[in-house]
Design a protein around this ligand. Structure first.
Ligand code: NAD
Length: 486
């Protein structure tokens, strides 16, 4: 199939500040690459401190003097639902652009656009239904919670499923009445610029949404350090999280951090093996393996280990790698040549740390572009780098275990604690084991499917704070206690 280039690509990507598309004050731009050809296909405005200053000023003006923070929840919800309608109405186009910019398979990019719409619907419903606490001391006092949006929220997002992850921050921030400055990832700025048109169409007041493109160390850093931005919601690597944490400290900012992962999938001998194999393949090879919750370490009970490895590897070898726009493609092109080189270096490291069962390099016939064959290593020891470190690509490590205790020790033996997947038919073990794992989220005999009401977030080096449902609203609002003497 010839490589598909979407029609009507923008001729340049700009910032969006105070309701207008603008260039950087410095005039600087950076190149954005097509992950299939690695050619520059568009230039994006490269934001610096002065661009962030402008964007924060616009967001602050909209917060201090505009209607958005003062609107009734029902009125805000109407706008949020219109945003969801607008996203849904153009989901095919959004998926086409997202797939082109990030290398995600088109069918999976479509699912992400639909999830983005759902995030807006969900938070629209939530703010209308929201109740806050009130306490009565009979005859003496009434005490109640007055919830207030915090102000200008700084949102910093990564390049994996960029549009959906932006929506995961934009929807609750806007629903709460905050105004925002979004700094999207520099590898994939295309979809973020589409929000401006969607928000205008839905009637979001001017200045509520502002976008500054650019590099983390310039635009991202200036946003984190801006004194008029009281909270930062960040998704990205744990190392970046450490830097942002330190830079928020002098301002004592509110922080929500969704960071890296190296999540275990634990398969016991009594598991429904067909379902476990399906799910563990999906867990690490969907979204090109560029997924924070990827089940990238599979721990398998010794009694079924050989059978599991053989069946898993056979399935992995049959995964279709190809052009992201081809509906048959299951693994597309990795986002960027730098990331491709990182993943390929782990593939080489893995060859001396485990037994290669599938993949191991570039797929045959795909000589150019950031393609990596789904790669499976077995017999990986827990001190191996491919067991310990986040690879963020289509690479999985399989390790045997002999007892529940050993499985738990292996599961918990990395610095991360984002997600875990457990496969067993034994109900008691299922719950006991799940509750003992150091992970923010556990999927038990289940695919990674989100319920938006549940907490989302990691423990240990995988994050700080939990979003999801009312937790997100809590993050973007202050809860003031008002006491009245009767
Ligand atoms: P990254 O940390 O390199 O970059 C993320 C964002 O932070 C980008 O917009 C970048 O420009 C910005 N940034 C970089 N340095 C900065 C600084 N000093 N100050 C402010 N901003 C800065 O991450 P990435 O490579 O884009 O994304 C992949 C990572 O994200 C993986 O580790 C993955 O696990 C993680 N992730 C986590 C979740 C989750 O929910 N836990 C979800 C998706 C991705």
């Amino acid at each position: 199939m010839a490589h598909h280039v979407p029609e009507n690509l923008p001729s340049g990507i700009k910032h969006y500040i105070g309701g207008e598309f603008v260039d950087s004050l410095s005039g600087e731009t950076f190149d954005v690459l097509n992950p299939v050809t690695n050619e520059n296909y568009v230039a994006a405005a490269s934001g610096k401190k002065e661009d962030i200053d402008r964007a924060v000023a616009a967001a602050k003006e909209a917060f201090d003097n505009g209607p958005w923070p003062r609107m009734l929840p029902r009125a805000r919800a109407r706008v949020l639902n219109k945003i969801a309608d607008a996203v849904e109405a153009q989901d095919a186009r959004l998926a086409e652009l997202e797939s082109f910019d990030s290398g995600l398979p088109i069918t999976q990019a479509l699912g992400q656009a639909q999830r983005a719409a759902e995030n807006f619907r969900f938070f629209a419903d939530l703010i209308v239904a929201q109740a806050d606490d009130a306490y009565k001391v009979p005859g003496r006092q009434i005490n109640y919670v007055n919830r207030k949006p915090k102000g200008v929220a700084g949102l910093i997002t990564p390049w994996n499923t960029p549009f959906m992850l932006e929506s995961w921050k934009l929807a609750p921030a806007l629903a709460s009445g905050c105004t925002v400055v979004l700094k999207p990832a520099e590898f994939t700025p295309l979809s973020a610029s589409l929000w401006a048109g969607i928000f205008e169409e839905a009637g979001l007041p001017t200045g509520v949404f502002n976008l500054v493109n650019g590099f983390g160390e310039d635009a991202g850093d200036a946003l984190v350090k801006h004194p008029d931005v009281p909270l930062i919601s960040f998704t990205g690597e744990s190392k970046t999280g450490e830097i942002i944490f330190a830079n928020c400290a002098p301002h004592l900012k509110g922080m929500s951090m969704e960071l890296g992962g190296k999540s275990p999938a634990v398969v016991f001998a009594d598991a429904d093996l067909d379902a476990a194999i399906d799910s563990t393949l999906f867990g690490v090879f969907s979204l090109n393996g560029e997924r924070c919750t990827a089940g990238s370490r599979i721990l398998v009970e010794r009694a079924i280990y050989d059978e599991f490895c053989e069946r898993y590897a056979a399935r992995a070898q049959n995964i279709v790698v190809g052009d992201p726009h081809d509906p048959k493609t299951e693994v597309g092109a990795l986002v960027h040549p730098e990331h491709f080189d990182k993943v390929m270096s782990y593939v080489e490291i893995g060859k001396s740390e485990g037994r290669l069962l599938a993949g191991g390099g570039r797929p045959e016939g795909l000589e150019h572009g950031n393609y990596v064959a789904p790669t499976v290593f077995a017999d990986v020891k827990p001190d191996a780098r491919v067991f310990q470190e986040e690879i963020f690509g289509p690479v999985v490590a399989i390790t045997p275990f002999d007892s529940d205790d050993e499985a738990l020790e292996l599961a918990n033996s990395v610095r991360y604690g984002l997600a875990a997947y457990v496969w067993t038919q034994n109900l008691t073990r299922a719950h006991r084991f799940s509750q003992s794992i150091n992970a923010g989220m556990v999927w038990l005999n289940s695919h990674n499917v989100r319920d938006l009401r549940t907490p989302f977030g990691g423990v240990k080096a995988s994050g700080l704070g939990h979003e999801g449902g009312y937790r997100s609203i809590d993050f973007y609002t202050d809860q003031q206690a008002v006491h009245i003497t009767l």
